[in-house]
Design a protein around this ligand. Structure first.
Ligand SMILES: O=C(O)CCC(=O)C(=O)O
Length: 376
């Protein structure tokens, strides 16, 4: 007899099983699925803040311990603070400020701005409401958790990067869009403390001025009219995505990282840190602490500006470390294109002598590849 025929004869079909057996199998499958979902939920809800409060001076879970080649204790150049350019926005010599912004964006991809026009009480307010949110009871913070399976990054506590080695950063976070109004989802803005929204909106009002000044300067640096770079980037539709990074103290700061090494996907990022040291930048393949400058805004050039400028401005490779005794908190705002916006080198920068160095693609496709570690 033919092999296929034998198989047909001996393979039982569903009809061969008694109904109660089928129901029992079905119930088992449903239970397995439920358990898997519950496990997934539990993993999502594992917050570093909770781990930290349970592991004072004790061991920390292995998932946070970096391989030796990545541990900050081994890989930081100790005793040297990187003096990234500090640019004084109040300098009456505007030409000098312009030159400094262009130079820092091309050579460092990172700089700090002092005497910007954001009043210190506006920044203190932004910081205190963010800190108060993270100090709420866990159940209250979970009300803002990123919904499971959501395609957006918005929400509390989610792990953004798929880390290749399965390691986890010593950090919790909250993401929400603060601009433009049509992209805002207030469900992710904490209602407690009650002044959270007002403090964030006040900060945003001043932030617009800084973003405009940076785009204008960088536009001139590319030989474009001052309005052209921001216009090409998305103009008033540019997404401003606020993130709060909350890095609790860690008993073994030399073994863990906060945020792993990366460049930002944004055009640029404007970051307010608290006073606890933690930001590091890579220079010539080595990791250095970036000096904390009181009241300064830290600017990172991101991937999209490197692309739009066809490589003149450089996205900065950076990471964060954590402290043994203190909580570090930072407030980056990522200035990003809309997901459907196509980003590629600015057409006025491309010619026979300067061919395009980057692909032009929709930002959402860029982000998908980057987050899933797929080549662009
Ligand atoms: O906390 C910092 O200083 C940097 C944070 C950062 O790089 C990020 O959130 O992507």
């Amino acid at each position: 007899m033919h092999a296929f025929t034998i198989l047909q004869v001996v393979t039982p079909t569903l009809h061969d099983f008694p109904f109660p057996v089928l129901m029992a199998v079905l119930a088992t499958v449903v239970q397995i699925l439920k358990n898997t979902e519950a496990l997934a939920k539990k993993m999502e809800l594992l917050r570093v803040q909770t781990v930290a409060s349970n592991s004072k001076d004790a061991a920390i879970p292995a998932m946070f311990v970096r391989p030796e080649t990545e541990q900050p204790g081994n890989t930081t150049v100790h005793g040297v603070k990187l003096e990234v350019p500090i640019i004084d926005f109040s300098n009456p010599n505007e030409e000098k400020v312009l030159h400094e912004i262009i130079e820092a964006s091309s050579k460092w991809g990172m700089f700090q701005i002092v005497n910007h026009e954001i009043p210190s009480n506006v920044i203190s307010k932004l910081q205190s409401v963010g800190k108060e949110f993270f100090e709420l009871p866990q159940e209250e913070k979970e009300l803002y958790a990123k919904p499971i399976g959501s395609q957006s990054v918005e929400g509390y506590g989610t792990k953004l990067q798929k880390e290749v080695n399965g390691k986890k950063g010593w950090v919790d976070h909250l993401f929400h869009i603060i601009w433009p109004p049509s992209n805002i989802n207030y469900q992710f803005w904490p209602q407690n403390p009650p002044s959270y929204r007002e403090a964030n909106e006040e900060y945003l009002k001043y932030l617009h001025g800084v973003v405009d000044k940076l785009f204008k300067s960088m536009s001139i640096g590319l030989g474009l009219e001052e309005h052209e770079l921001k216009e090409a980037a998305g103009g008033d539709d540019l997404i401003h995505l606020l993130k709060i990074n909350y890095y609790p103290p860690c008993p073994f700061p030399d073994l863990v990282l906060g945020v792993p090494p990366h460049t930002d996907m944004s055009y640029m990022t404007i970051l307010v840190p608290n006073e606890v040291q933690g930001l590091q930048a890579s220079r010539d393949g080595r990791w250095y602490d970036v000096k904390y400058v009181p009241n300064a805004l830290v600017i990172h050039i991101g991937d999209q500006l490197e692309i739009l400028s066809n490589g003149k401005y450089k996205a900065v490779f950076h990471r964060t470390t954590v402290s043994k005794d203190e909580t570090r908190i930072s407030w980056p705002v990522f200035i990003e294109p809309q997901p459907e916006c196509e980003v590629g080198p600015h057409p006025k920068l491309i010619n026979e002598d300067n061919p395009s160095k980057y692909k032009t693609k929709k930002y959402k496709d860029y982000a998908y590849c980057k987050l899933n570690k797929i080549p662009q």
